[in-house]
Design a protein around this ligand. Structure first.
Ligand code: HEC
Ligand code: HEC
Length: 455
């Protein structure tokens, strides 16, 4: 459901409740009229105020979007209704006319219960959020390994998960990787079992020589392959054996993806990894974050069991590094990723992660290779003309919009590789992460992209 939308069920309930408030008011007045001796002004006043309040709360519900509607409904509206029902009961009781309480009251009690349960079930369940993440600030205090690995999980998947949506955190890994044995992500290795295989990788003959030999510097990352003790100071491991271990393989995979390219997953005959260097922009994880991610990767396949984790807790080795720099910003990380459109276009595109997969002219650092080069001014009209094109777009902007919201509508053919780009690799969740204004802005920009002059 778009975060911008009203929730249909809750808007409907609100209207029904407002109507019900007026009905109760009418019923009380009628009862007062039919039976002399009741304090019409008092009761009429009380129930008049109820009806008015509920009417205004319903109006208010319409000024809210989905998540806030839910919050308001459960924190305020529901209690007002329960109070109304209670007061109505008191009215009948104190005036000794409960025997005449219309069947509709009993019906309404039943109906409210059922609908609130139903609403709670359909709307609360998918909204369910995981526990608040251990914030980076918490790193300063004592962490357990479980909390540290949880921090890694949050970096990978984000703090808040909404069922049915792909959850992606700052590390952006799930854009490309699957983590469950059942995930099939096409172009990127499934990270299930990575802890186990990390120990074997460093012993493979292939590791020693391909694509570059141990001891040589990989230019894109600036890392010396297979030398854990030559990793830049601020990321280096402080303790442990002299030989290369599984932890080093995982750290190297993150800091220097091209130091070793998993067979079949690289470009140009497995000599170049399409994975971004995780410690450089746009992802730029700090040392503590890299270690937290490793802790998660080493423990995720054995829930509740942290024996395989070899990275140190931050407080264990902070002293050795002269106080590991701890990145502080984390405030917006607990919110699901959302782009409003007020950001500048470069920031917007980086936040969404498009550069990880696409080369985009005009966006600095956007040299991704898993998807087509975005030259949409030229590509889009050609796609629409393709006899295989089954989408609904009739012009460039419509095509770009369709590609962003529903990438599977047309799967681009990769001329260089002689096969289609992988279907299902581009996330289908961008619709939920973009406001209407942001989507328009993104579509406008991408529709204008063309090959740089002179190429
Ligand atoms: C743009 C897509 C992309 C993103 C984002 C990405 N990766 Fe990768 N990753 C790949 C590809 C492709 C490979 C295989 C080629 C290689 O070995 O570098 C890979 C390889 C790996 C490997 C080695 C796997 C093995 O079986 O040996 C690890 C570990 C890894 N990634 C972890 C991560 C983590 C953790 C993140 C997030 C912080 C991440 N990746 C983000 C595409 C990506
Ligand atoms: C995980 C990798 C990945 C990410 C992230 C990603 N894409 Fe894609 N994209 C692809 C792949 C693969 C294709 C080709 C397959 C297809 O057409 O569905 C594609 C196709 C497209 C196309 C159609 C290109 C053409 O020439 O016909 C457009 C436009 C596009 N992406 C825009 C975006 C935008 C904008 C973003 C960020 C909001 C984005 N993509 C994020 C992988 C990705």
């Amino acid at each position: 459901m778009l975060p911008e939308q009203h929730d249909i069920l809750f808007s409907f309930l609100a209207i029904l409740f407002a109507t019900f408030g007026i009905f109760v008011f009418g019923n009380v007045i009628q009862n007062c009229r039919e039976r002399g001796g009741l304090n019409t002004t008092l009761w009429g006043g009380i129930f008049g105020v109820f009806a008015l309040t509920m009417f205004m709360m319903t109006v208010h519900m319409f000024s809210l979007v989905q998540a806030d509607q839910l919050k308001f409904f459960f924190s305020t509206y529901l209690w007002v209704i329960l109070l109304l029902l209670l007061t109505w009961g008191v009215f009948f009781k104190s005036n000794n006319i409960e025997s005449q309480s219309p069947p509709i009251i009993r019906g309404f009690f039943f109906w409210t219960t059922v609908s609130v349960l139903l609403a709670g079930y359909t709307n609360w369940l998918p909204q369910q959020r995981s526990d608040p993440p251990p914030k980076e600030a918490a790193v300063v205090g004592d962490l357990t390994m479980e909390e540290f690995a949880e921090m890694g999980r949050v970096i990978i998947f984000g703090a808040k998960q909404v069922a049915g949506q792909k959850s992606i955190g700052k590390g952006q890994c799930p854009l490309c990787h699957g983590f469950d044995p059942a995930d099939h992500m096409g172009r990127c290795p499934n990270l299930f079992g990575v802890e186990k295989r990390s120990h074997d990788r460093v012993k493979e003959d292939r590791y020693a020589t391909s694509p570059i030999p141990i001891g040589e510097t990989e230019p894109a990352a600036g890392i010396v392959k297979g030398k854990w003790d030559q990793i830049p100071e601020e990321y280096r491991r402080q303790h442990g054996p002299d030989e290369l271990v599984g932890e080093d393989y995982i750290r190297e995979s993150l800091m220097c993806p091209t130091c070793y390219v998993v067979e079949g997953f690289g470009g140009s005959g497995d000599t170049k990894s399409p994975m971004p260097v995780i410690v450089k922009p746009p992802i730029s994880l700090s040392r503590v974050e890299v270690n937290a991610v490793i802790a998660y990767l080493q423990s995720k396949d054995t829930p509740g069991e942290f024996g395989a984790v070899t990275v140190p807790l931050p407080q264990d080795d902070a002293g050795n590094t002269g106080g590991a720099p701890v990145a502080e910003e984390s405030s917006d990380e607990d919110a699901p990723l959302f782009v409003t459109g007020k950001e500048d276009i470069q920031a917007m595109i980086n936040k969404l992660g498009c550069p990880l997969c696409h080369t985009i002219p005009g966006v600095e650092g956007a040299v991704g290779e898993l998807g087509p080069k975005l030259h949409e001014k030229i590509n889009a009209p050609n796609r629409i003309k393709d006899p295989n094109y089954k989408g609904k777009a009739t012009n460039t902007k419509e095509y770009v919009r369709e590609s962003i919201l529903n990438p599977g509508a047309y799967v681009v053919f990769n001329e260089e590789a002689g096969e289609s780009y992988p279907d299902g690799l581009m996330p289908t969740s961008f619709g939920e992460q973009l406001s209407v204004a942001a989507l328009d802005k993104l579509v406008d920009f991408i529709s204008q992209t063309e090959p740089p002059a002179g190429s």
